[in-house]
Ligand binder design. Structure first.
Ligand code: SAH
Length: 639
């Protein structure tokens, strides 16, 4: 399971038998290394043994691990990690699980270390309660210091503690967002403290409350005054969405230092933040230019290159006849910046409109250094996330939370975005957390749901698409994969993972006994996506072959005839007293179970929440239970 992949490596430390008991489930998943003293190691326990003192072990693991999970009293953990704590940007996430395995405390590294996230995921795995003490969490708000992470924004300078404090005190916090996704704004609780935009300076009375803190979301580099010279009116922070594409041309062999200086100087003069750089763009002849590659490699920036032919089609303010005669396009820096910034997340599409230049072509040299650079900067409408998106296709079972696999629960709990039909969203509400983007769409808009999920994943987000039951049985998995296929998906980007769920036929069967025991099949009576003659043929074949048959989508308010036709087809092959179970809303509060026969099933309540299970020739009722004999048993005995 790749759920904890963002935290690898993770160590769990269990110095006592009780701790081993509460933490071993983590080690069994294979993603967490369990450390125990020699006297607690056994053959069947997947663990590593430490021979040193506990303090020495922790000192070592601290340097190499992204997260540490302690099965130890919080007081002891605090004493162990106290001398090691340095900076919340770099310290590992620290979690404590109590001896009874009931609570998972996010002790430190809550936001940036991801400890809150991990505490939720581990609590799900251990069937425990996550204990998160960060202020934003209690207010159902995303942490301000992790706000932009899903979108790949870079954190800029500012007084992060001061702004977090104002949020925790529920004081008004002004947000000025000049770039980047505003999706996060759509999913705030109604009483959030954020005030968006500026006050109208022409209004007689100020409309907005005086802010206690300010958040800038912008490619602009703001220099916050601090200290005595210019007293700052309130704490401020800045996030930088990566919207700037730096177009660059350079002489062959221009050293990295000159490129660095060109970028730094150009951005500084235009008050732009280096954190807002999405990537570099150039002519394809420069794809092997050492200085460019080193610059991009160091900073984990993509280098996009375009052919001269593509570049020459881009209208630019500063074309050059000299450049055109040398490389076949009148512009490299400007045209490449504009093209890179104009790409949508669907990489191959030609841009419809061209992105604006923020900085037109500049020529840059460093005294006493070889080489020269031309540089221009364009601003994209949508930020580059720098992340490979993931699509998790998740089955949420029939209804109740406990019927969802732990893996599926963890997937829902940890996705950036959860997309699904509104009814199912309510059923998984307990798994959702502040800061997640939750998009509930009506049941009719399945294709839109799939398209939306794909678009967000292509952009770099981790998107969980949820379906009731199993997502691969009349669910969203097929729709999403079909659409990916139609778009020429390479099978890897976005990365897809399917999480199975308990399908309605299993849920229904479990409520009435063991009706599916022998060979069975599922047939949907919905002719929205399948022509009715095909459905009739399958019904006839299943009936003739004596399959136990689960009918999905048996009847809606407008589709009432199909179930009657199905009954007639089955009566051609099976007795009128063949047992039939009608299970409505299995594992939900409004669950309703009716045991009837093939002859009488139309007299019973059937709707779109019902699964109809028709027995085979050997299926029997016994004291309110529906049983299909195992069938092979007699045969095995006889052999
Ligand atoms: N992917 C789902 C099926 C979706 S089709 C799954 O694997 O279960 C929708 C149909 O599923 C409904 O019309 C009904 O026939 C059945 N269904 C879904 N949830 C159900 C439940 N809780 N109880 C009974 N039937 C259910």
């Amino acid at each position: 399971m790749l759920l904890f992949q963002d935290f690898q490596p993770i160590a769990a430390i269990a110095p006592t038998p009780l701790a081993v008991k509460s933490l071993r489930a983590l080690a069994e998943g294979g993603e967490v290394t369990l450390w125990v003293p020699a006297d607690l190691a056994t053959d069947e326990l997947p663990c590593e043994v430490y021979q040193t003192t506990l303090r020495e072990l922790v000192n070592t693991l601290w340097q190499t691990h992204r997260a540490l999970v302690f099965g130890l009293a919080t007081g002891a953990v605090v004493r162990l990690i106290g001398p090691l704590l340095q900076d919340k940007m770099t310290d590992p996430a620290v979690l404590v699980v109590d001896g009874a395995g009931k609570g998972v405390i996010s002790l430190c590294g809550g936001h940036q270390g991801g400890a809150d996230w991990l505490a939720r995921a581990i609590a799900l795995r251990l069937n425990a309660t996550p204990i998160l003490t960060g202020g934003a969490n209690a207010l159902a708000l995303p942490g301000i210091d992790v706000l932009g992470e899903p979108f790949g924004w870079r954190k800029g300078s500012g007084d992060w503690t001061g702004v977090s404090g104002a949020i925790a005190r529920q004081q008004p916090v002004q947000v000025i967002q000049e770039a980047g996704s505003t999706l996060w704004q759509d999913h705030l609780p109604p009483d959030h403290p954020f005030v968006f935009g500026w006050d109208d300076p022409t209004a007689a009375q100020p409309n907005l409350p005086k802010p206690a803190a300010r958040v800038w979301i912008s490619p602009i580099q703001r220099r916050f005054a601090d200290g005595a010279e210019v007293p700052s009116d309130c704490p401020k922070v800045q996030w930088h969405p990566r919207v700037l594409w730096v177009g660059m041309g350079c002489e062959r062999g221009t050293p990295r230092g000159v490129i660095e200086a060109a970028v730094a100087d150009t951005l500084r003069r235009h008050h732009l933040a280096e954190g807002a750089i999405a990537g570099l763009a150039s002519l394809d002849l420069k794809a092997d230019e050492a200085g460019l590659l080193e610059f991009c490699g160091d900073r984990h920036l993509p280098l996009l290159t375009f052919s001269a032919e593509t570049l020459r089609a881009v209208p630019v303010p500063t074309p050059s006849a000299v450049v055109e005669s040398e490389v076949g396009t009148p512009s490299v820096a400007e045209a490449a910046a504009i093209l890179a910034a104009s790409r949508t997340c669907q990489r191959d599409r030609q841009p419809q409109t061209f992105a604006p230049l923020r900085v037109s072509k500049q020529i840059f040299r460093l005294p006493d250094h070889p080489g020269a650079v031309t540089i221009a900067v364009a601003q994209a409408e949508q930020e580059y996330t720098g992340r490979i998106g993931r699509l998790w296709l998740v089955g949420t079972g029939p209804g109740r939370l406990e019927q969802i696999t732990p893996a599926a629960q963890a997937a829902i709990a940890s996705a950036d975005v959860v997309i699904g039909y509104s009814l199912y969203m309510n059923l998984v509400a307990a798994l959702l957390h502040p800061g997640q983007i939750v998009e509930a769409l009506p049941i009719t808009q399945e294709r839109q749901r799939a398209e939306r999920a794909i678009a967000l994943a292509q952009w770099g987000l981790t998107v969980a698409v949820i379906s009731s039951g199993d997502c691969g049985i009349y669910g969203m998995a097929g729709l999403v994969l079909e659409q990916l296929q139609a778009q020429g998906w390479d099978g890897q980007t976005p990365a897809v993972q399917v999480f199975p769920g308990i399908s309605a036929l299993q849920a229904a069967a479990s409520r009435v006994g063991a009706p599916l025991m022998h060979d069975f099949c599922a047939i949907s009576l919905s002719d929205l996506l399948t022509p009715w003659p095909v459905i009739e043929r399958r019904l006839a074949a299943a009936a003739a072959a004596d399959f136990v048959t689960a009918l999905y989508n048996p009847k809606s308010q407008t589709r009432t005839e199909q179930i009657a036709i199905a009954q007639r087809i089955f009566l051609d092959h099976r007795a009128v007293d063949t047992p039939v179970a009608l299970v409505r809303a299995a594992y939900r509060n409004e669950e309703q179970i009716t045991l009837t026969t093939l002859g009488q099933l139309l007299d019973c309540p059937i709707d779109m929440l019902t699964t109809v299970v028709i027995g085979n020739q050997s299926t029997r009722f016994h004291e309110g239970w529906m049983i299909t004999p195992r069938g092979y048993l007699g045969f095995e005995k006889g052999t």
